[in-house]
Design a protein around this ligand. Structure first.
Ligand code: TRP
Ligand code: SF4
Length: 340
């Protein structure tokens, strides 16, 4: 059976280096080998951000511009917006009928999200009354996204693995009631490198520590030149240790073995300064990211084309989705959609 890959991203606006190294690079590889469906999870964005529904359109275009600039190819993969394929909502509803609530209440990912957003204070089950029905059902919608296309693989970060496991459970539950309709997908874990932001914490838009794919070479240089290093290197002649240096994580990703050896030796012996050291890595980051910025600007100049790409992708997605829903409805003994 040919591999089918489904993956979605919530429309958070401009993507950063962490998204690129963790997710987009994996998508780029997969689009060459598998039938890929990549989509904007705009309904998922509503589960935690009902107040920001107006920003979703703008954020969608900004994010998809980054996909396209990075080389995600609408000829190779089906690119679409979740809310353009209403079948996802129907399947979400039907799957909710075969999903016991404890599976959702125990879900670690939704709890963590709610805690990070300050919606709940602890992991106690009593706190779950503060979570909306929509947010609790987040993984059921995600299962609908995945099962709709009979995905065999779902590229995700470690934090999303519980959602793929839950998708398998939901598929099994449905199949046990109604026959073998759904394929159980596997999580495809990227060997995602550690990408710290310029303050050394995990790179994240909300921490204000990100290098964006849309940043100019000057901006990238300025940000990374300020990036945190081994705090023991207070003065130029204090030796340091690359293993505890946040910036060095980027050296690991971008530098040649010779450069790594040079920098490691220079750091431990205080032979080179931190700025000189970082410049070696910064050159490589700019080499990779600058062309994306140019491609991105061309897409943003022709913004309506982004909508067209998503429109065409949504048409293809709807065809596949409707075929799946045909099977689901008949397995359940439900009426098919009326003509027209
Ligand atoms: N929950 C995913 C995230 O926050 C986004 C997502 C929604 C997704 N539906 C999906 C990912 C289906 C993979 C497959 O990153
Ligand atoms: Fe980090 Fe390089 Fe400075 Fe060492 S010399 S602390 S590796 S930036």
């Amino acid at each position: 059976m040919a591999a089918v890959v489904v993956s979605g991203m919530r429309p958070t606006g401009r993507l950063h280096l962490g998204h690129y190294l963790g997710t987009l690079k994996q998508w780029l590889k997969l689009q060459r080998t598998s039938r890929c469906f990549f989509f904007v999870a705009d309904w998922h964005a509503l589960t935690t951000g009902i107040g920001s529904s107006q920003e979703i359109r703008e954020n969608t275009e900004e994010m998809v511009a980054d996909w396209l600039a990075a080389g995600i190819d609408p000829q190779a993969a089906v690119l679409f917006r979740q809310s353009d394929v209403k079948q996802h909502a129907e399947l979400h509803l039907l799957l909710s009928m075969v999903t016991p609530t404890p599976w959702l209440i125990r879900n670690p990912t939704v709890k963590e999200q709610a805690r990070e957003l300050g919606m709940i204070r602890s992991d106690e089950e009593s706190e779950m009354v503060k979570i909306t029905y929509g947010h609790l059902g987040y993984p059921v919608l995600q299962a609908a996204d995945i099962l709709m296309y009979q995905a065999t693989g779902v590229p995700v970060g470690v934090d999303q693995v519980p959602h793929v496991e839950l998708t398998r459970d939901i598929a099994r539950s449905f199949n046990s009631y109604f026959g073998a309709v759904f394929v159980e997908p596997e999580p495809l874990l990227a060997e995602s490198p550690k990408v710290p932001g310029i303050d050394g914490r995990k790179m994240s838009k909300s921490y204000g520590n990100a290098v964006f794919l849309a940043d100019s070479p000057e901006q990238i240089d300025a940000k990374l030149s300020r990036m945190m290093t081994d705090p023991r290197r207070v003065r130029r002649n204090d030796p340091g240790d690359p293993d505890v240096c946040p910036a060095f994580n980027l050296h690991r990703i971008y530098c040649s073995p010779d450069e790594i050896a040079f920098v490691t030796e220079g750091c431990r012996t205080a032979g080179i300064g931190c700025l000189e050291c970082k410049k070696i890595m910064i050159r490589h980051v700019i080499e990779e990211i600058a062309p994306l910025g140019d491609a991105r600007r061309r897409w943003i100049e022709k913004r309506p084309l982004i909508g067209e790409v998503l429109g065409k992708g949504s048409e293809k997605a709807r065809e596949v989705a409707e075929a799946t829903m045909g099977k689901v409805r008949s397995a359940m003994g439900l009426a098919q959609a009326p003509e027209g």
